[in-house]
Design a protein around this ligand. Structure first.
Ligand code: SAM
Length: 186
């Protein structure tokens, strides 16, 4: 299993916990400090021997074609310089029949919920951050604005289709504030 832009390895840890005995997880990120924290976290959870870490860019993965059973990216499609190149690389590195999956924030469909949620994202969310520190206030303010600009699940599914993945579907979760999108490599 390949986890791209793995950050501190939250998803990689879950994969490592459920993967079969002969399975293995590789977490990729371009930030060394993130990978160091990820390594520490997975060792603490006793799954460190099922994971390896690679410092690399999502848009240019240093792996051979068809080397992973499936590939994931979570909460990072808004961060990479090219979502298209990222999916192209994830698809290239995945075996035929494997799944390429993106999990990210999205915008809810309900107009009523949007009113409360957008107010929360742009107002309360950074306010809570500022209660911790000015830097957290700025981080959460950026995050809120970035979520409002995020691609919809259908736009992400179209990107997967453009990269040749089939049966691409988007699945809204938690009233649509998160969306899982996946497609299968032919
Ligand atoms: C918000 S974190 C998400 C981490 C993790 N996937 C999660 O769900 O908790 C975004 C991560 O993407 C990484 N990142 C951003 N651009 C990247 C790129 N082009 N290639 C690889 N990693 C990247 C950052 O270093 C950061 O660790």
């Amino acid at each position: 299993m390949l986890d791209v832009a793995t950050g501190t390895g939250l998803l990689a840890a879950d994969f490592a916990s459920v993967i079969s005995h002969d399975g293995f997880v590789v977490g990729v990120d371009l930030t060394l400090s993130m990978l160091k924290t990820a390594r520490w976290r997975l060792r603490a959870r006793n799954v460190g021997d099922r994971v390896d870490w690679v410092l690399a860019r999502a848009e240019n993965l240093p792996f051979r074609d068809d080397s992973f059973g499936s590939a994931s990216i979570s909460l990072a499609l808004r961060n990479v310089s090219s979502a298209q190149m990222t999916f192209r690389e994830m698809s290239r590195a995945t075996v035929p029949g494997g799944v390429v999956i993106s999990l990210d924030f999205a915008r809810p469909h309900s107009r009523l919920f949007q009113v409360f949620y957008y107010d929360y994202l742009l107002g309360l969310f950074p306010f809570f951050g500022r209660m911790v520190s000015e830097a957290w206030g700025k981080t959460l303010s950026y995050l809120g604005r970035s979520i409002l600009r995020a691609r919809t699940g259908e736009q992400i599914a179209n990107l997967l289709r453009e990269e040749g993945l089939v049966d691409a579907v988007s699945v809204p979760l938690t009233a649509g504030i998160v969306c899982a999108v996946y497609g299968i490599k032919r």
